[in-house]
Write a protein of this length. Structure first.
Length: 334
């Protein structure tokens, strides 16, 4: 048990210390392919709308199912793109194009969405069993806003509500963590062994190390806006940025985006880079676990080759063969 704990701690240090510098290598590549990812998501959205309209002619339920399916898959594609560019940075060549990410993204998105639905249903059942609001009451409160519903649940039973929300959130984060290594394999279309991608290959691999990186990325996302404000203050345009934010509503209403200042655009670029870097942390963790499996397979393959490779004896030169034959032939007597 103690040996396992020390092994886990060593793995934590290995992945976390390597993930931070590796995330910067992913960041600039991610920024370069971001327009391609945006185009893929745009095509993805167009296909979703067309299929939703077509299936809507048959049944509204089918139309809603298509929207949910494509919506869940859209959250998978950014993770695949991040791990893809990370693996490319380490010399792993993809077998599929960016458009080819759609099919595995839909499959993994459906699986993740199904797991999330089960977690939400179990959490909802726990809240219904410990509060007196009732299902209809929850639906009525939800129409007024999630904040109103959450406040009422806290008033009814705060310890249970906080526990259910915390456990459900950790379970949802755990599902995404366990799927990140399969995302990495699907992003390049191959397993670490070199064969074509096997669905769910590597599920849960390196879980605890990657989980820490995922939690750090989620916490970091909440700190992006304060970080942008801090950087704007250091650059000396925080007051102008606040004025630009207040002008944004007027610019949208008047459809005159020239009202938006350059400082606001700079802040948006900083926000985008910070978001991509923080998101790259979990992609870096998944890519490192994938690369660890690949190195293990490469070492096993090399050991197998050395074991079964027959040593070749040097071929004796022809001149040496002649001398050997002469030395063994009987001398001719006169």
């Amino acid at each position: 048990m103690v040996e396992y704990i020390f092994r886990c701690l060593g793995s934590f240090r290995l992945y976390i210390l390597r993930a931070f510098p590796f995330s910067f290598a992913i960041l600039w590549r991610y920024a370069l392919v971001f327009p391609i990812m945006f185009l893929v998501l745009l095509i993805y959205g167009i296909v979703a709308v067309v299929l939703s309209v077509i299936f809507g002619l048959v049944s509204p339920v089918l139309s809603a199912s298509v929207v949910v399916m494509f919506g869940l898959a859209a959250s998978v594609i950014p993770a695949m793109v991040g791990t893809r560019v990370g693996l490319q940075a380490r010399g792993v060549q993809p077998r599929t194009s960016y458009v080819g990410l759609m099919v595995p993204a839909i499959g993994y998105g459906l699986f993740e969405g199904f797991c999330v639905m089960i977690i939400v249903a179990v959490g909802l059942g726990a809240l219904l069993a410990t509060t007196s609001i009732g299902f209809r009451g929850m639906m009525d409160l939800a129409t007024q806003g999630n904040d109103v519903l959450f406040a009422q649940l806290l008033a009814e039973n705060a310890p249970v509500t906080l526990a259910v929300v915390a456990v459900a959130t950790l379970c949802i984060v755990a599902i995404r963590t366990a799927l990140l290594v399969p995302f990495a394999g699907a992003s390049v279309g191959r397993d670490p062994s070199g064969r074509a991608h096997t669905p769910f290959y590597g599920f849960g691999s390196g879980f605890w190390s990657v989980l820490i990186l995922v939690i750090l990325s989620y916490f970091g996302t909440a700190l992006i806006v304060p970080g942008v404000a801090f950087i704007a203050g250091m650059l000396g345009f925080s007051d102008i940025l606040l004025a630009s934010v207040s002008q944004l509503t007027a610019a949208i209403e008047e459809r005159d985006f020239m009202l938006i200042g350059v400082e606001f655009l700079i802040a948006c670029i900083i926000w985008g880079l910070l978001f991509l870097w923080i998101y790259s942390l979990q992609c870096a963790g998944a890519a490192l676990v994938y690369l660890r499996h690949k190195e293990s397979y490469d070492m096993e393959r090399e050991d197998f080759r050395k074991t079964w490779e027959e040593p070749r004896e040097p071929v004796m030169p022809k001149t040496d063969m002649r001398e050997l034959l002469r030395s063994r032939m009987p001398q001719n007597r006169r």
